[in-house]
Design a protein around this ligand. Sequence first.
Ligand SMILES: *Cc1c(COP(=O)(O)O)cnc(C)c1O
Length: 557
Amino acid sequence: MKIAIGADHGGFELKKSIVASFTDAEFVDVGCTGPEASDFPDYADAVAEKVALGEVDFGVLSCRTGMGMAMAANRFQNVRAALCLDAATAVLARQHNGANVLCLGADKVTPAQAAEIVKTFVSTSVDESERHARRRAKIERAGRLSDFSGLAHDDPEVYAAIKAQVEQEDTEINLIASENTSSRAVRLAAGSVLMNKYAEGYPGKRWYSGCLPVDAAEELARKRACELFGAEHANVQPHCGSSANMAVYLATIKPGDTILSLSLDQGGHLSHGSPVNFSGKLYNIVPYTVDRATERLDYDALERQALEVKPKILLSGASAYPRAINFKRIREICDKAGCIMMVDMAHIAGLVAGGAHESPVPYADFVTSTTHKTLRGPRGGLVLCKEKWAKALDSAVFPGMQGGPLENIIAAKAVCFREWMRPEMKDYAAQIVKNCKAMCKAVADRGFRIVSGGTDNHLFLVDVKARGMTGKDAAAALDAAGIVVNKNTIPYDTESPFKCSGIRVGTASITTRGMKEAEASLIGGWIADILCDISNTAVQADVKAKAKELTSRFLVP
Ligand SMILES: *Cc1c(COP(=O)(O)O)cnc(C)c1O
């Protein structure tokens, strides 16, 4: 057994007596080393960090009362420091609260009592029953708010906005297909001091001094991205998905060159060549479409078009395409047409990482992505490419189009990539798709037309125009019931883009909070209930109450 132990001058003698009273434990003594006056938080921090890192089994801290030590140590996440005056309290602190740091008051206990309390503490196991485990989890979960609690004092207005988002996430059913709910670890890295560093350039080749810490973080992100996706090269600096795409265009083609891409109103993305976007203004965009009858990609038609148009880049990937994409077939088309194969996997990156969608990486010259959709990381962009393009890509990102990278966000990307290396993330990715199919079926079973007849991934599109309403009105009615989706165009849409004929529904976020097919079907039924009569506010209120009850059982991370 390993115990980290620390004390200030008030607890110094007690610390010595505790160490001497044990023969079967290894102590890691963080100080102090003598009776001179010292500051208790320094020792509390050192012990708490070792406990938080898992380097020791327990921590023991002492000062005159033990209280200051407990206050300081409890600032560390996953540290539960308990002030114990007797062995009976130590038993409960372990059993119920799962305390892992014991605080002792040198003025309150004798050396013999202290030795007994420590022995009792380290030999009592934690009660793993559901009720105590739930309460312990709630202590740590308070971090959803308490991580930001400093703002309550420093900037109450911004604190209020963050608190409102926390409450919204807690109580709403988020079905926005481009969103997800990040882990606390991702958020902590994103909010870290790494944001303070200017680091133009790349690890080992920066324009500014003092880049060793950010070099380490960026190197982790690059290596992990390559490992996770099996890529030859990764650039983790793009600030967002749109700039990731811009970087590839800049690295490969000239203004005026031709890009063949899925048009926006058929499921493509703004940055794939919309006339209002830089991509549409700088490049010659030729759109391809889905098949009118099947509403799916028609690879033979795409091949004919590519051979005729002879684009420099054939861009695949979409923001609202519910079907699997055949990247192998697209590679064949690119080889025949002699063009660059670029895949924007922004929406499906998490499914690719978890093996629930075929990976484009072995086939494509470039794969771009966001890191915040199914991939569940911080808001940001990513480009993967073959080694032969590495130099061109890196110079396109910097100095081509960006200045200093957001190293805090890059660190959060690294955290996200590491999360995906856990074996259970395969189940998560598969569950997103299972949930999507279950919810889609529940909606379809109530007579709604689903674009392309179903889904293979994390999203589906409902044709609400077929039932006499616009996507805009449908989304507003669902929002009133605590179900958040977005209006979306559907292929060959006849409505204006502000109203749209469809809604887009995605299951990444509800899967993150642990929902399975049963809950997904239930929600699908509620969607149908609302859409059957979008002006019925009684139904909306009823669903809203049910949504609140459901979300209270599936906590967001
Ligand atoms: C979301 C998305 C992007 C852009 O992401 P931003 O980070 O908002 O710039 C790019 N491509 C596709 C296919 C997307 O769905």
